[in-house]
Design a protein around this ligand. Structure first.
Ligand code: FES
Length: 135
């Protein structure tokens, strides 16, 4: 018998679109606002869960040194977290040791490669001047 057990296509399509829309809307975006020390205007970029602040900076053409390649082996990716820092992974002893070697470390200092974001975070960070030779 034709049509038995089948829902007409016109009735299925709106349901698919409706469910898809709910999925898209239920993934909260993470944003990182970069305040730059060279006088350029601040930039805000969307970050995917699992990306580091260093990844997002480099992917968007923001200069941020990273001499060790992002493995917590230097202090050149030093940044200041102005807000949203409570949502970041806890600072490790190794990261703290390298921050102590950075230029002008402060209480809100972090290493950008160690700041891995999750969904629904809003970070505001300052990139220090990038003219120095880090270690
Ligand atoms: S790039 Fe070296 S510690 Fe982040």
């Amino acid at each position: 018998m034709p049509g038995v057990g089948r829902v007409p296509l016109r009735r299925q399509t709106p349901c698919f679109i409706s469910h898809y829309s709910l999925l898209v809307l239920s993934v909260p975006a993470t944003t990182i606002t970069f305040q730059l020390s060279d006088g350029q205007p601040a930039q805000t970029h969307v970050a995917a869960p699992g990306e580091s602040v260093l990844d997002v900076a480099l992917n968007n053409g923001i200069q941020l040194q990273h001499n060790c390649g992002g493995v917590c082996g230097c202090s050149t990716c030093h940044i200041y977290i102005n807000s949203g820092g409570d949502d970041l992974p806890e600072i490790s002893d190794k990261e703290e040791d390298f921050i102590d070697r950075a230029e002008n470390p402060r209480i809100n200092s972090r290493l950008a490669c160690q700041c891995v974001v999750e969904a629904n975070m809003q970070l505001v960070v300052t990139i220090p001047p990038q003219h120095f030779l880090g270690h």
